[in-house]
Design a protein. Structure first.
Length: 531
């Protein structure tokens, strides 16, 4: 008998049918992956398995976990099962953790709720579980003191503290860099083997699960369109939607050729220090050096990638380039002018730079319409356009990213994730900048939407030969949209060169480790059709 058996599961919320006749199973010791685009029903299937469907949801079918139907089990009994029989690892660990409790206390809470044990014993076992998931920091740390990968390990520790029979991991590696992602996937595989539990992993990226999953279930619009053992599915790909997901995962954009040009951005010997807490009451404050002698250039019309693990200094360097933070040594010049004059940012230079953020929804005010949102950079201009000139600028910016002028009258919640990122790019373009920084701009998008946005960026490179700086932990993205790549480790540029040269013949050990850790889809003997 299967550990988890979902049969003919249908879910309806109001008049909307969310899931349609879902059938899947997970055996003890087996890893099953559910993949598909946003809105395909992956997370709703996981919530149904946990008994966490929204209030008012109408269900049909059965969700049997170890012989118990989750859909008909009363809430008090489900509360006992959550943690004991089933655990869940959420996509964003920072929102799943309590910022005012230590990580040890949060893992111990699971033990105290479900086990009648002294608090001291619960904390002792919590420390053991944290060590079990490879976390070496003390249990008295708070979530904000940890890196993204460390926080994800804490969430995993909370989920497995009672050794549940089933573990559900909902996009557990989406926001992580490649080396941390590889460690988390290896940890999940190890836990499944050690505890003989079933793992249901949810992801939108086939490359993430191609190596870890025993079986893959492909969902589209609330239906299972294909399910098979991993190697069989990747080799045969019977359904057109599965083929389209594979094609999007391996998508290569057609970048326009460019001729060598004069430098646009020049970063020369930049250092950046941060003060640390005093170790003694009257002692000096030690300083942490986040950037060490950083030097590179970006030419007019050039596409440059910046890669590295979390904490390597990418964000600090980005803030310095944008004039949001001063530096202690060196200089940053844009088109021959310093980003900082004295201790103050040079506003004339800042008008020539724009940034596209990772999460477009959180970077927009939801109460304003799109036409107002994308004109926010006008405050940087000495004479912002008004009247017909303003309307013309809005129309041109929206048209350049594949949207219509009528979209300017809508609100941001009316758009999909990919459309929101197009609007974010339109906001960056509207003041005609010379340099655009893409800060993890496609890391949170589905593979198919990501492919569309990358094609859009390639098209923009033809229309607007600006300087582009791509900051990403996704090496496949950097490889397809850049001419040159910089590799950053511990605040230093350890390797740089033409993109294909760095990827095909890396020289630095750190670069080699990044490329080795990146998830790769296996070579398929026949090329799948692009749909």
């Amino acid at each position: 008998m299967s550990l988890l058996a979902i049969k003919d599961l249908s879910v309806q919320i109001g008049q909307a049918e969310i899931l349609h006749g879902i059938n899947l199973s997970v055996q003890a010791g087996e890893i099953v992956a559910i993949t598909g685009e946003s809105g395909s029903g992956k997370s709703m299937t996981a919530l149904a398995t946990m008994g966490l469907l929204p209030r008012g949801a109408q269900t049909q079918g059965t969700v049997m976990l170890d012989g118990i139907d989750i859909l008909t089990t009363p809430e008090p009994a489900l509360c006992q099962m959550r943690g004991n029989s089933m655990g869940m690892v959420f996509q964003e660990p920072m929102t799943a953790l309590n910022p005012v409790q230590t990580i040890g206390a949060q893992v111990a809470e699971t033990l105290l709720v479900h086990r009648n044990m002294p608090r001291r014993e619960a904390h002792r076992q919590a420390a053991e579980v944290l060590q079990r998931v490879g976390l070496t920091v003390p249990p008295d740390r708070y979530p904000h003191e940890l890196s993204g990968g460390q926080r994800q390990r804490v969430v995993i520790a909370m989920a497995i503290a009672l050794r549940p029979k089933l573990l559900i991991a909902d996009e557990p590696t989406t926001a992580l860099d490649v080396t941390t992602q590889a460690r988390i996937l290896a940890l999940l595989r190890e836990l499944v083997s050690a505890f003989d539990m079933g793992l249901l992993i949810i992801t939108h990226d086939l490359a993430v699960v191609a190596d870890i999953a025993d079986r893959i279930v492909v969902m589209q619009k609330g239906r299972v369109v294909e399910a098979a053992p991993t190697q069989t599915l990747l080799a045969e790909m019977r359904h057109p939607y599965t083929k389209s997901l594979f094609a999007a995962s391996t998508h290569q954009v057609d970048l326009p050729d460019r001729a060598p040009a004069a430098p646009l951005l020049r970063v020369a010997n930049v250092d950046r220090d941060y003060p640390m807490p005093r170790e003694k009451l009257l002692g000096p404050r030690p300083r942490f050096r986040a950037l060490h002698d950083i030097s590179f250039e970006v030419e007019h019309g050039e596409r440059v990638g910046l890669v590295g693990e979390s904490g390597c200094g990418k964000s600090t360097l980005t803030r310095a380039i944008l004039g949001l933070e001063d530096v202690q040594g060196g200089q940053i010049m844009l088109d021959g002018q310093p980003v900082f004059t004295g201790r103050h940012p040079n506003l004339t230079v800042r008008r020539k730079m724009q940034v596209v953020f990772q999460d477009p929804y959180s970077s927009f005010n939801p109460r304003h319409r799109v036409d107002r949102l994308i004109t926010e950079p006008f405050h940087l201009l000495e004479r912002p356009p008004t009247g017909p000139a303003r309307d013309a600028a809005i129309t041109k910016a929206l048209a350049d990213v594949g949207l219509s002028p009528s979209d300017g009258r809508k609100y941001i919640h009316e758009f999909s994730g990919g459309q929101r990122q197009r609007i974010a790019i339109a906001r960056a373009l509207i003041v005609e900048p010379e340099l655009i920084i893409f800060d993890e701009a496609v890391s949170a998008l589905d593979v198919s939407v990501r492919a569309q946005v990358l094609d859009l960026i390639a098209d923009l490179c033809r229309k607007r030969p600006l300087g582009y700086l791509f900051i990403s932990h996704d090496l496949s993205v950097v490889r397809t949209v850049t001419d040159r790549v910089l590799v950053m480790q511990a605040g230093r540029i350890v390797e740089q060169g033409p993109t294909e040269d760095v990827f095909n013949n890396p020289q630095h050990p750190y670069t080699k480790s990044l490329i080795a850790a990146a998830p790769q889809l296996p070579d398929i003997t026949h090329a799948p059709e692009t749909v």
